[in-house]
Design a protein around this ligand. Structure first.
Ligand code: C5P
Length: 218
């Protein structure tokens, strides 16, 4: 049974890698950031963001979270990402979501012989004994440009594009800092993780590097 843990910064290419590995090896893949985003989206939808019970309400939403509801495109917005990063500092919320991730891992391994999880604390907290651990990152500018391209906005005036890129850089920097400095499960590479910088390589090249490691080639 194989466990593959992928951690890293936003827009580093870890999600694309997870999907490609899942296709290649036929192991289920979970983007664990979506769990935090789903709770954040519910808080926004139900107008619960500016309440004193934010942590308790987050936990309530997390308890009833259904994995089938993780395909909503609204989960991908910058507002949702920001709030996800904020609530991800709540210890009780992390406990609930950690259990869900471990359940997913156990049932996937039983049914399919393996599992791939991506997030911020997979190699350090969720799957500390994973067979393969990867920590994927890239420069802030490259990652922000990738996010901008994903937004697929055509006919944007040059100045507007610059503004949007700057705003993405600012948001990502803020999130990197919050995720990296929090006390509980901060974003740090596991000691035994392969650290890969994707600033100058594409998704296919990353897949090749990773599969060579998994299959024991140089
Ligand atoms: O990966 P994604 O950008 O979708 O994650 C959104 C936020 O969820 C991250 O900024 C991080 O704060 C939180 N997260 C986390 N632990 C994970 C996955 C995501 O704290 N395993």
């Amino acid at each position: 049974m194989i466990e593959i843990a992928i951690d890293g910064t936003a827009a580093s290419g870890k999600g694309t890698l997870g999907k490609k590995l899942s296709n290649k090896y036929s192991f289920p893949y979970l983007d664990t950031g979506l769990l935090y985003r789903k709770v954040a989206l519910e808080l926004i939808k139900e107008n619960k963001v500016y309440t004193t019970e934010l942590e308790q309400t987050s936990c309530d939403f997390a308890k009833i979270l259904n994995f089938k509801e993780l395909k909503n495109t609204n989960l991908r917005t910058e507002d949702v990402a920001k709030l996800a990063s904020k609530i991800a500092t709540f210890p009780d919320l992390r406990k609930i979501l950690n259990n869900k991730q471990k359940e997913f891992n156990n049932s996937s391994k039983k049914k399919f012989g393996g599992c791939i999880l991506d997030g911020r604390d997979i190699g350090t907290t969720i799957l500390p004994n994973a067979d393969f651990k990867f920590f994927i990152t890239a420069s802030l500018e490259v990652r922000a440009k990738r996010r901008l391209l994903e937004k697929n906005i055509s006919f944007l005036h040059e100045n507007d594009e610059k503004c949007m890129l700057q705003s993405l850089i600012n948001n990502m920097r803020e999130r990197d800092n919050l995720d990296g400095m929090r006390k509980i499960s901060p974003l740090v590479p596991a000691k035994d993780a392969h650290i890969i910088d994707t600033s100058s390589i594409n998704a296919q090249e990353l897949l090749l590097i990773v599969t060579n490691i998994i299959e024991g080639k140089k």
